[in-house]
Design a protein around this ligand. Structure first.
Ligand SMILES: NC(=O)c1ccc[n+]([C@@H]2O[C@H](COP(=O)([O-])OP(=O)(O)OC[C@H]3O[C@@H](n4cnc5c(N)ncnc54)[C@H](O)[C@@H]3O)[C@@H](O)[C@H]2O)c1
Ligand SMILES: O=C(O)[C@H](O)COP(=O)(O)O
Length: 527
């Protein structure tokens, strides 16, 4: 039974599928401190959070079972991604579910700041009937600058067009084509600052975007510009904004997010009549909360059940078309890695992976993770496809990936060489339509083995009678041989024998085998 801890008031409706799952027990808690989480996290296989709970390295290190942290929302800045990756914990988010909610809040903020709705409301409910102070501006024919044209920024831009606004968009990934489709003029941050009547930001907070709208940008803005931030606190320099308002450059601002959340009671925004504030409500609609909770619940179930998943934040995304081609190879890659990891002696220094045949045109990096994970599985504890590359990197292991044109004999071939300070071993495998995975090369020997179950790998001199001796010894010790393969390069040279057995050979049997004449090496592996 998997235990899932749900924090931060994530929608019950959205996580219904977790309640319904026979193999999952859900516990909901709120407002736990880091210490409290550290004390209990060891019981859980999955942790679900919004932006409130900070998922720190300390919390993750206190857990040996945690497989996944699910963020019911977009931003993962409250999760220590590096720590998660290092520990092999998958971090997933729900990037699509709250796009419309946040876009609509942005629009509401833009209209509220254009017409001073909160300020007018405040006066009216206090008994004043003031029809002079709150003369606003229209959106029609105004220029909106959108910094960050991703999911939310694009939706804001589309709505602005319908309101008759001219939109300038800036995003390093915004192509002319896409901009044209949305009806947006491409521009730089400077173009936006110089020309916009309204500026809204929709980027993540990164080293590059921190204070990207600061004093120098305010100085070139049109007088009377209005600023909206429903993305992340810190993209706009709060101090510089307050100054720009005081200097009459900025006519008004609307903020949902802050450099520090919650802002302290003396935060300069809180008593500034030109700044509208909301407490990080962008994603707070019934629909968005259901959407994001459904999305993370689905993914968490896949991860707990070892099924394929998408939206992992700490492994690069794989486009569906690539995934479709690669998925059948994941098992093969894992098994080649498992095979090699068990036969190679010494500390791994280098891994050389060669793909040929039908994988030529595909980005094979996800498959590489499976191979590397397989190699380390029996050597390092807790290795998985999330942390495999990290393990290799931190141990100074060089990984080279090569592609070569179609192999002579196979439509696809994955060949992996592991170099240690003692030796070098190569295993190649292929995926045979209708037959599944096959190991087809072991060092210089062509072989044909289904990589499954208990395997005995015996290096020996190519002499008559050896196979018989091995068979007799195993038979006498009640180890039944299921399949047998022999491989050699030249008659009378060195050769290999690969047996699959119904049960593993005991230590004693292994020792007896090692003593048989002309056997140069005996290894047992499990796949
Ligand atoms: N207020 C809320 O409750 C709330 C809700 C949802 C999302 N958000 C935040 O809104 C922001 C946008 O979310 P999204 O779902 O649209 O994300 P997204 O990833 O779809 O879009 C972000 C865009 O920013 C662009 N970008 C990155 N660096 C940039 C830079 N230096 N200059 C210009 N553009 C840059 C990216 O190319 C991307 O297109 C995120 O910060 C997210 O955390 C806030
Ligand atoms: O990144 C997000 O999805 C938003 O900031 C929403 O955060 P929340 O789930 O805590 O409302």
């Amino acid at each position: 039974m998997f235990k899932v801890l749900v924090m931060d008031g994530i929608s019950d409706m959205g996580i219904q599928m977790l309640y319904d799952a026979d193999d999952v027990a859900v516990e909901k808690k709120n407002g736990l401190s880091e210490d409290e989480l550290v004390a209990i996290i060891g019981e859980y296989d999955a942790l679900l959070v919004r932006s409130q709970t900070k998922v720190t390295d300390r919390i993750m290190s206190a857990s040996s079972k945690l497989k996944v942290v699910g963020r019911a929302g977009v931003g993962v800045d409250n999760i220590d991604l590096e720590a998660a990756t290092k520990r092999g914990i998958v971090v997933i988010n729900a990037p699509d579910g709250n796009t419309i909610a946040t876009c609509e809040l942005t629009f509401a903020m833009m209209m509220a700041v254009a017409r001073s709705i909160p300020q007018a409301y405040k006066k009216t409910v206090s008994g004043e009937w003031d029809r002079k102070t709150f003369v606003g501006v229209e959106l029609r024919n105004k220029v909106l600058g959108v910094v960050g044209m991703g999911r939310i920024g694009s939706e804001v831009a589309k709505r602005a067009k319908v309101f008759g606004m001219d939109v300038i968009g800036y995003d390093p990934f915004l192509t002319e084509d896409r901009a044209e489709k949305i009806g947006v003029k491409l521009g730089s941050v400077e173009d936006i600052c110089r020309n916009a009547d309204f500026i809204t930001v929709h980027t993540p907070l990164t080293n590059e975007t921190r204070h990207m709208i600061a004093r120098p940008q305010f100085e070139i803005m049109r007088k009377g510009v209005r600023i909206i931030n429903c993305a992340r606190g810190g993209i706009i320099d709060e101090k510089a904004l307050v100054e720009a308002i005081a200097e009459g450059i900025v006519a008004g601002a609307a903020f949902d997010v802050y450099e520090q959340e919650p802002p302290t009671s003396d935060h300069p925004f809180l008593n500034n009549p030109k700044i509208i504030v909301t407490p990080h409500l962008g994603a707070s609609t019934i629909e968005a909360q259901e959407n994001v909770a459904i999305d993370v619940s689905e993914e968490v179930l896949h991860i707990l059940r070892d099924e394929p998943f998408k939206n992992a934040v700490n492994i690069p995304p794989v486009p569906a078309s690539v995934m479709h081609k690669l998925q059948p190879y994941f098992n093969l890659g894992d098994k080649i890695g498992l095979f090699l990891g068990q036969i190679v002696d010494g500390a791994v220094q280098e891994i050389v992976i060669n793909f040929s045949g039908e994988l030529m045109d595909v980005d094979i990096s996800p498959l590489t993770r499976y191979i590397v994970k397989g190699i380390f599985t029996n050597k390092l504890e807790g290795v998985n496809i999330i942390n495999a590359m990290h393990f290799a990197k931190t141990r100074g292991i060089n990984i080279t990936v090569q592609k070569s044109s179609a192999s002579k004999s196979f439509t696809n071939l994955v060949s992996v060489t592991v170099k240690t300070q003692k030796e070098e071993k190569t295993v190649a495998g292929t995926l045979l339509t209708g037959y599944g995975e096959r190991i087809v090369q072991l060092d210089q020997y062509p072989v044909d083995i289904p990589p499954e179950g208990n395997l005995l790998l015996i290096s020996h001199n190519d002499k008559p009678g050896i196979v018989g001796k091995v068979g007799t010894l195993l038979g006498t010790n009640d180890v039944n041989i299921a399949t047998m393969q022999v491989g050699r390069k030249v008659i009378g040279g060195s050769a290999v024998m690969i047996l699959t057995t119904d049960k593993p050979a005991s230590q004693d049997v292994m020792e007896q085998l090692a003593k048989l004449p002309d056997l140069t090496n005996v290894k047992q592996l499990t796949i």
